[in-house]
Design a protein around this ligand. Structure first.
Ligand code: NDP
Length: 343
């Protein structure tokens, strides 16, 4: 199948690219710079231009950013993963909201205009578009594929996390509105993938400890001894999934499961806590023991059931049939990959 993958240099996208190539699909991926294009090309020296082509799209916030990139003969599936994920924005509107929302509506418009053969678009959304900050310790709330974060654009100055969550929520909303409004002329259907925090091994040719992706940052900090006096709390972030499962969900949802059309895929393996992460590293990497909190230090533990939200992703589990990677495997493989980068 001919696939367009945006943001091919990203943590999640690099796994999608790898899995797609292993399955024999033909891919065009976009990156922001020639420097990143070169790294990807060098990682797959045996691939022909037809198997793997790389197009530079410098800034997805710009109108028409994808107009040329989507002009691919026979293009069937688009996986749109590119979107800023960091908590460093000085101006959340231009640095987070615009690239997230304009990037999403921009690629949908470009497909309608110039890529009539596309039958399905998958957008990487997030649990950030499902959860509600006001109910993170509310045991009466159960998040499902139908839940929506009520955040609005007026709240983006509350905190960097709120701004990021708003960017994902507004972008996903814009996508569903676009395909549901017949006047826009979309001939494809939509799937979103909504993962909570994603752990898992980094793809080495793209990564360094200094520029590690946001969701693995805490594991670099742990490996560098910053958790010695106790694992940090992670308010609200109690669900996780492994990057290899997220990549597989994009491919199943985009290419392999026709019935996924119109669905939000709430990909999570379940609850985790920073305390459990520290325990897994202590067990499997004795060489890190002097950098870790003591076993009886309960900082960063999961709040009891009556002090956290519930979740139910049975619809997604039924559709995808993925055996989720366990926290122990996910963390162990991540730490191995960080060690290879010098952690
Ligand atoms: P990364 O930061 O590794 O990937 C983000 C990707 O988006 C990179 O390819 C980045 O390019 C690209 N990008 C960001 N801003 C722009 C822009 N203005 N113009 C062009 N490209 C841009 O993070 P992840 O792989 O984790 O994130 C991928 C997707 O998954 C995002 O949509 C994110 O919101 C979503 N997600 C991630 C979760 C996680 O825990 N990791 C959880 C839920 C959702 P470059 O490499 O050049 O920086």
């Amino acid at each position: 199948t001919k696939v367009l993958l945006t943001g091919g240099s990203g943590f999640i996208a690099a796994h999608i690219l790898d899995q797609l190539l292993k399955k024999g699909h033909s891919i065009v991926t976009t990156v922001r710079s020639e420097e990143k294009a070169k790294k990807i090309r060098e990682a797959y020296p045996d691939k022909t231009q037809d198997q793997l082509a790389i197009v530079i799209v410098p800034d997805i916030a710009q109108p028409g950013a994808f107009d040329e990139a989507v002009k691919i003969p026979g293009l069937e599936v688009v996986l749109h993963t590119a979107s800023p994920f960091h908590f460093k924005a000085k101006d959340p509107k231009t640095e987070l909201i615009d690239p997230a929302v304009n990037g999403t509506t921009g690629i949908l418009k470009a497909i309608v205009k110039s890529a009539p053969s596309v039958r399905r678009v998958v957008i990487t959304s997030s649990f950030a578009a499902i959860m509600d900050e006001a109910h993170l310790s509310d045991p009466n709330v159960t998040y499902t594929e139908k839940s929506w974060n009520p955040v609005t654009i007026d709240e983006i100055h509350r905190s960097p996390a709120t701004a990021y969550r708003a960017s994902k929520t507004l972008a996903e909303k814009a996508a569903w509105e676009f395909v549901n409004n017949k006047a826009n002329g979309a001939k494809f259907d939509l799937v979103t993938v909504n993962p909570p925090i994603v752990f898992g091994p980094v793809i080495h040719y793209l990564s360094s400890l200094e520029s590690i992706n946001t969701s693995n940052e805490r594991l670099v900090q742990l490996a560098q001894g910053h958790w010695k006096n106790g694992a940090p709390p992670s308010p609200g972030a109690y669900l996780y999934v492994d990057v290899r499962d997220v990549a597989a969900a994009h491919i199943k949802g985009g290419l392999e499961i026709p019935e996924a059309g119109g669905h939000r895929l709430f990909t999570t393996a379940g609850y985790y806590s920073n305390k459990e992460i520290a325990d897994i590293v202590r067990k499997n990497f004795p060489e890190y023991s002097d950098r870790l909190p003591a076993e009886d230090n309960h900082a960063g533990a999961l709040p009891p059931k009556d002090q956290r939200y519930g979740f139910d992703n049975s619809e997604t589990k039924k559709l995808l049939g993925i055996e989720w990677i366990t926290l122990e495997k996910s963390i162990t493989d991540t730490i191995k990959s960080l060690k290879a980068l010098g952690a």
